[in-house]
Design a protein around this ligand. Structure first.
Ligand code: HEM
Length: 384
């Protein structure tokens, strides 16, 4: 049984490697939204969209550009198509093990929301803007072009769903399929139509590199670390211009701007129970560990948990113990057990998986709705 599973994973690996390139692939100009097509061209493109196609084939052809352009003006979604798309997402997950990057895709589309801005789409949030090259090129989104390539064929197959809904559907489905809670999702998100509606860079959390002894503990991939350790620095050295002065303050600044609270911060950080960090994308994590060197999917990176495709509360247990050098603890992860208010929740979730799942489902749904404009205004659900 184990051998059979390994064979399946091996077979899937090449497909993923090409999609999850070791180096964050520079988004191709295909992601630039073209001007709206003339009606005839738009109809031709729409009919070609109905043909399922592989992401890599699409990426290498002119058809990709036409599809992106033709769907740029998509509005809210058709429920039947969304349900069918959910089945396709489930298949995609089974064959490519891309749960983590789909969760990150949904979070990064929604997490640009600013509650202080009333107008849509200036307020950012879950509006599908992350499909445009200008936003994919934001530093925090490194690697997410691979997630878009994975879901684009599904978008092509179901023209009457919005990107905004598809991103959030893919994320919630990935959580559920990884063993996590059922998320009470609402659909009907309207898409932005052009790259000029993308949010400015710098809305998502960044992590300043603290190369002092305290923060080096959990983060072992850093070529400058030995040199800096020798210098016996007693102050943090800032090697990245994006990031917190103190991780907890930074988390609050970013998440409070989204209208979220301390509990949301802690429970949503628990999504790091899935996935890996790659030094060639975010700059964080080891190039590979014993948990990631054989995949599944493209090997490498450093995970927060040993079973990084399983959604459970092991993230909280691991970042509390910090006992395994092969597991990642970012400064913002460590802050969950260092800040007094965060710690109350972090301790609870480390102890009680049921409480974690219950709160996670609520906060994830809240995150997925941030900034969204729904059509119909009240949105709709898929499962009654
Ligand atoms: C609290 C602030 C957060 C920070 C500072 C942060 C930072 C990061 C970093 C540095 C990575 C590695 C990216 C890479 O190298 O590919 C990452 C990955 C990831 N993040 Fe976060 N994150 C935060 C919150 C969240 C939230 C709220 C979610 C979802 C609800 C989330 C879900 C994920 C997932 C699933 C991955 C793994 C992606 C993969 O394996 O491809 N993160 N995060």
């Amino acid at each position: 049984m184990a051998a059979e599973r390994l064979a399946v994973l091996r077979a899937a690996a090449p497909a993923i490697s090409s999609q999850h390139g070791r180096r964050a692939a520079r988004p191709s100009s295909a992601f630039l939204p073209a001007a709206p097509l003339p009606r005839a061209a738009s109809l031709r493109a729409a009919s070609s969209r109905l043909l399922p196609q592989s992401a890599s084939a699409a990426a290498g052809s002119g058809r990709w550009v036409r599809c992106m352009a033709a769907t740029a003006a998509a509005t809210a979604s058709d429920a039947a198509e969304l349900k069918a798309a959910r089945e396709d997402v489930r298949e995609l997950l089974k064959t490519t093990f891309c749960h983590p990057i789909l969760v990150r895709l949904g979070w990064h589309d929604a997490g640009t929301y600013d509650k202080n801005i009333k107008e849509w789409p200036q307020r950012g949030g879950a509006n599908g803007s992350l499909r445009f090259e200008v936003e994919l090129k934001h530093g925090a989104n490194a690697g997410l072009v691979n997630a878009l390539k994975l879901v684009q064929p599904i978008k092509d197959k179901y023209p009457n769903i919005s990107y905004a809904d598809l991103f959030q559907l893919a994320s919630a489905t990935a959580i559920e399929e990884a063993g996590g809670p059922k998320i009470p999702m609402t659909y009907g998100r309207v898409d932005v139509t052009g790259p000029e509606q993308c949010p400015p860079e710098g809305k998502l959390p960044g992590i300043k590199r603290f190369f002092n002894r305290k923060y080096c503990t959990g983060i072992s991939f850093n070529p400058l670390k030995p040199m800096l350790a020798n210098l016996q620095l007693s102050f943090p050295v800032v090697c990245s211009d994006a990031g917190p002065t103190e991780p907890a303050d930074h988390l609050r600044k970013v998440f409070y701007r989204m209208g979220l609270d301390d509990k949301d911060i802690v429970v949503l950080s628990g999504a790091h129970t899935l996935g890996r960090s790659r030094p060639d994308r975010s700059g964080w994590g080891k190039p590979e560990t014993k948990y990631t060197k054989n995949g599944p999917g493209a090997p490498g990176g450093q995970s927060w948990t040993a079973e990084w495709l399983k959604f459970d509360n092991s993230y909280f247990k691991e970042i509390k113990e910090k006992r395994d050098q092969d597991l990642l603890v970012l400064p913002t992860d460590a802050a969950l057990f260092e800040d007094t208010a965060f710690k109350v929740y972090a301790e609870k979730y480390a102890e009680d998986q049921e409480a974690f799942f219950k709160d996670y489902a609520k906060s994830h749904a809240k995150l997925s709705n941030l900034g969204a404009k729904f059509s119909p205004p009240e949105g709709f659900t898929l499962d009654g």
